[in-house]
Design a protein around this ligand. Structure first.
Ligand SMILES: *[C@@H]1O[C@H](CO)[C@@H](O)[C@H](O)[C@H]1NC(C)=O
Ligand SMILES: *[C@@H]1O[C@H](CO)[C@@H](O)[C@H](O)[C@H]1NC(C)=O
Ligand SMILES: *[C@@H]1O[C@H](CO)[C@@H](O)[C@H](O)[C@H]1NC(C)=O
Ligand SMILES: *[C@@H]1O[C@H](CO)[C@@H](O)[C@H](O)[C@H]1NC(C)=O
Length: 362
């Protein structure tokens, strides 16, 4: 019952988010009317996600749907024509997982990320960090530092797939993490932070010098539904499918809820609390390479990301029933019978050990 109610609510929320996200202001002034109810929820669902780019293990997780409007000029007429993006999230008490799903004709050009789709996640770190202008620090490129822009930090994960084999894992790896920065030389799934669009750095690097304590804490993989499933792609299989095939792109990510960052370069997730997030999407429309600021966004403001603690999950999304008195009683009964069988086992095996005790006593 509760589950159905939740589904109805999700449907209502996602349809409410369509069309109300942002309106154009001809004077060039920024105007954003994001629906206040939109959010993404990460429930506690341990042990169901394999980080491989495939979405079948997410089928029972409710998604949140967003229209993709141009990030710099969120005008409904210029939205991404391929369809909406579905964002799903969950956590297992240690890591948080995200699935981004968006329909798109297959486009891939090995070694040229700007001719491939690309995604980014952005999170608020500093309390003054606005969605607009990636933190919204008013300093320019030459004057932004961790002192002058304090409080405006945003955390960014960017995955450019031009060198990433579908289904393979990229992100934090021992070689780049040994260097102490957020880079990923293999697949370009990088861990960044920033204060403005012009002041973005790999974790551990920055205008006031480098600090080699940083890490790339993200991992992720991508997939397109037109691929044939088999034991695994290698680079020679590129471009993996023929150009222009209809289908859906999947991008799957994970990160520990907490990281060892001590420089305000990672957001920290807390169970039972809400974080602010956004998702960016780049696509080579009509085969034209995209440019950095030509991306779509799921909203023209932060989208709250609610991280449920495990107790609230038991009430809302236990598979099947909804945690009622009879199932609680059944659990109690099984615990009691387990204890009973352990006790019986002890009673049965105890006499067997009797012959040995006299020997010990000698
Ligand atoms: C655009 O924004 C400006 C400043 O906020 C406001 O004065 C103007 O009325 C807005 N125009 C439209 C068409 O909404
Ligand atoms: C900091 O690290 C970056 C990336 O590894 C490098 O390009 C830059 O030269 C380093 N800066 C200093 C001052 O060492
Ligand atoms: C700014 O960054 C530098 C280099 O990472 C670091 O040594 C310094 O402590 C930081 N300052 C503040 C105020 O965070
Ligand atoms: C409680 O759950 C059991 C088993 O899941 C189900 O048979 C029963 O109808 C439920 N009772 C109520 C009141 O929902």
């Amino acid at each position: 019952m509760l589950r159905h109610l939740l589904l109805v609510l999700v449907f209502f929320l996602s349809s409410a988010s369509i069309g109300r996200v942002g309106s154009h202001n001809d004077s060039g002034e920024w105007s954003c009317e994001s629906a206040s109810e939109i959010h993404v929820e990460a429930q506690f669902r341990p042990g169901i996600i394999t980080l491989d780019g495939h979405a079948d293990d997410w089928k029972d997780i409710d998604g949140f749907e967003f229209s993709l409007l141009p990030a710099l000029d969120p005008h409904e007429d210029d939205k991404y024509q391929g369809g909406k993006m579905t964002v799903k999230a969950l956590h297992d008490g240690h890591d948080i997982f995200f699935l981004l799903q968006v329909d798109g004709d297959y486009a891939y050009s090995m070694g040229n990320s700007n001719k491939c789709p690309s995604v980014a996640l952005m999170f608020q770190i500093g309390e003054s960090a606005s969605y607009r202008n990636m933190g919204g620090c008013s300093e320019g490129r030459d004057t932004c530092t961790n002192k002058t822009c304090k409080g405006h930090e945003v955390d960014i994960m960017h995955f450019s797939i031009g060198n990433a084999i579908p289904g393979r894992l990229y992100g934090g790896n021992p070689i780049d993490n040994r260097d102490g920065n957020g880079g990923d030389r293999f697949g370009h799934l990088v861990d960044l932070y920033g204060w403005t669009p012009h002041c973005r750095y790999l974790d551990g690097t920055g205008p006031s010098g480098n600090d080699t304590s940083a890490q790339n804490d993200w991992k992720g993989a991508w997939w397109h539904s037109s691929f044939a499933l088999h034991s695994g792609f290698v680079e020679e299989d590129s471009p993996y499918a023929s150009d222009g095939q209809k289908g859906t792109y999947y991008f799957e990510f994970s990160r520990p809820l907490r990281t060892m960052d001590h420089l305000q370069q990672d957001t920290q997730f807390t169970l039972g609390r809400s974080s602010e997030m956004s998702v960016g999407f780049w696509y080579p429309v009509d085969g034209q390479p995209w440019h950095g600021s030509g991306h779509y966004s799921i909203s023209c403001d932060w989208v709250p990301l609610d991280i449920s603690s495990s107790s609230s999950m038991l009430m809302t999304s236990a598979p099947g029933g909804s945690g009622n008195a009879s199932s609680t009683f059944a659990l109690l009964l099984s615990v009691v019978s387990l204890c009973l069988s352990v006790f019986m086992g002890y009673r049965i095996f105890k006499p067997k050990s009797v012959p040995f005790t006299p020997i010990e006593n000698l």
